[in-house]
Design a protein around this ligand. Structure first.
Ligand SMILES: NC(=O)CC[C@H](N)C(=O)O
Length: 398
């Protein structure tokens, strides 16, 4: 039976409970603290992936969020260097059902608990993750504060206060916090190869400029594997400076926060790039900001989509892709201008999962074709972008 969350009856929690989550309406969930001892506030969301916790926690799109993992056993394969999706971990906190056991995997370098501590991430285990997921499903993703103290003394009113005072994700631009401070050229490759052998790493024949709103490394690895030189630029880099780099194509990355808030400066930059007829490809936050640039609107979803088995219908190919997802905002369908075609939709709730501009090589998807973690059904989108770049170059030459 699922335990119901309890309302606070007193300011004292049993000494055994060294971790606590306090939601905005003062509902509390108790557990055992792990990772970093401290307090962190964010939006509480849930992720249903069965694997890939290190990639999920290190995805910068989770800045400002506390992730409740619905899969009970997290930590079994430890942590390593290859599964990091960014150098700094931006996730506010993590919640697991079961205690973290000693890792058993040949790639493991450190226990997840130690890794969380090192990255200053507050966590809780032994919490009723199912009850919390049901709560979120019924009421929507709430604001919450997570706290770990080995003494187990929590001032609940204070934690509730911190929670209500936090602005929440609406209107919050987090991309400007997580973006690279310095532009750089990416030089890493992806480690696995497809049997077809299309990942060749021969030479950097094409130049992609990636606008970093919180980019995941696996996106960059895919571009390298497709023979692209990638220059990663900070999210406020002007269109003029981007054009000076002479890109063959522009990539708009994933990232945290409210797309409308980031759009305030991003729209002007992208408008200029669209005007210059450059092929553009956007993922997640990049997709939302592209839609805003083209005249559509975005809105906050009740729960969002976070997991690695989300079915998406490709409306052009008339097939279904199983996708990796992490978004809490979406495009408002009724706001789409006529020159945009919807290319993908969620089979869970019909939400728009992909768009393209009818008269230009510009497209984007709401989900994560680079996976990490998740299925690789949608990797073809990277090739479509490269094909657009090649076709565009040919057109310019002729
Ligand atoms: N993964 C992402 O890029 C997330 C985009 C945006 N922050 C959202 O939650 O919808």
């Amino acid at each position: 039976m699922i335990k119901k969350a309890k309302k606070i009856s007193s300011n004292k929690i049993s000494q055994i409970h060294t971790g606590v989550l306090v939601l905005e309406n003062k509902t509390i969930f108790k557990g055992v603290g792990i990772g970093y001892q401290g307090t962190a506030t964010g939006e509480v969301c849930f992720n249903t992936s069965l694997t890939g916790y290190q990639e999920i926690i290190s995805d910068p799109s989770y800045a400002g969020q506390i992730i409740n993992f619905t899969f009970p056993h997290v930590g079994n394969v430890g942590t390593n260097k290859e599964d990091l999706e960014s150098d700094k971990v931006w996730t506010k906190g993590v919640i697991f059902n079961s205690e973290i056991t000693n890792p058993s995997n040949y790639r493991s370098l450190a226990n997840l608990d130690l890794w969380l501590k090192k990255n200053k991430i507050v966590g809780i285990t032994g919490l009723d993750t199912r009850g919390l997921t049901n709560y979120i499903r019924d009421k929507g993703a709430p604001k919450g504060t997570i706290s770990f103290s080995s003494k187990g003394n929590f001032n609940i009113s204070k934690l509730a206060n911190i929670t209500t005072k936090w602005s929440g994700l609406n209107n919050l631009d987090l991309a400007e916090q997580v973006t690279t401070k310095k532009n750089y050229i990416w030089s890493g490759f992806k480690t696995w190869k497809k049997e077809t052998g299309y990942l060749k790493n021969k030479k950097n024949s094409l130049h992609v400029v990636a606008i970093d709103y919180g980019i995941k490394k696996n996106i960059l690895r895919y571009f390298s594997d497709l023979n692209c030189k990638v220059t990663v630029v900070s999210c406020k880099t002007s269109a003029k400076d981007i054009l000076k780099l002479k890109p063959n194509g522009i990539f708009l990355s994933n990232g945290p926060g409210d797309p409308a808030a980031t759009g305030k400066y991003a729209i002007g930059i992208i408008k200029e790039l669209v005007k210059n007829n450059l092929p553009i490809f956007g993922i997640c936050l990049g997709h939302q900001i592209l839609a805003l640039t083209l005249g559509a609107k975005t809105k906050k979803m009740k729960l969002g989509h976070r997991g690695a088995n989300h079915p998406v219908k490709n409306l052009i190919k008339d097939n279904v892709e199983i996708t990796s997802q992490n978004h809490g905002f979406e495009i408002v369908r009724a706001s789409l201008p006529k020159n945009i075609e919807v290319t993908h939709k969620s089979l869970f709730d019909n939400c728009i999962e992909g768009i393209k501009l009818k008269n230009k090589p510009v497209f984007s998807v709401q989900y994560h074709p680079e996976s990490n973690p998740g299925p690789q059904d949608s990797v073809y989108l990277f090739e479509e972008f490269i094909n657009n770049i090649k076709k565009n170059a040919k057109k310019k030459r002729s």
